[in-house]
Design a protein around this ligand. Sequence first.
Ligand SMILES: O=C(CO)[C@H](O)[C@H](O)COP(=O)(O)O
Length: 262
Amino acid sequence: MAGELSPIDRAKFVAAKRAADMVEDGMRVGLGTGSTAAWLVRCLGEMVQNDGLRIKGVPTSSRTAELAREVGIEIQTLDEAKWLDLTIDGADEFDRDLNLIKGGGGALLQEKIVATASDRMVVIADKAKEVESLGAFPLPVEVIPFGWQTTQALLEETLVAMEVMGRKTTLRMNGDAALVTDEGNHILDLHLNRIGNVRQMALVLNQIPGVVENGLFIDICDTVVVGYGDGKVEVRDINEGTVETDQLDFVETENLFTDLND
Ligand SMILES: O=C(CO)[C@H](O)[C@H](O)COP(=O)(O)O
């Protein structure tokens, strides 16, 4: 079975596995969206089933809610939980200040609300997501469907005024139709190449009528667990830098991965 696990899957999995160990009995946990977060949900499900872990999970998308139910995690809405101990989620890019681009999976709005309502946000990511400067990954912006083309034109004008390198924006599609998020909105992807002043960009984008939220997570993430293809994990903390480097047992990890994958 060992040959079936690609380095990128192993990197995502070991990051998720290490972050799952940060979850304590009785916690209210925000559950992220995406392929890395799906591994986290499976790991937590295994801990609930086999180790008696009791948690309440607040999913950040309908996809995650479905998976959480499937693996036996008790779920709550954010309004039921009100405040969370911890949110664990993936990211599309992270920089040295642990600022992020998120929304590649189309769930940025709920992800940002849930992460902001948590004592701590932990991001799980493979090493390839680490960048010097945010922006090579297209920045997702969630917009309401009403007048979305006008919102797109305003966004493009704003990018010209801000003198960013890339100014192309594209409507995210789902097959032949515009993608519709869990909140009934569309997503415009901004192909910026490099963002520069990420704080300013995050604030300015949200001033445009029709924009609901953007995928820049600034000063929200506390910790990133970085997974490597050889099973190594690094835990980086916003205040203390790299606080841990560990090598997850290869065979044990591989076995658990294939068990969870069944
Ligand atoms: O922001 C997200 C979803 O909206 C995801 O966390 C992000 O796209 C990373 O996904 P993956 O773990 O599949 O690489």
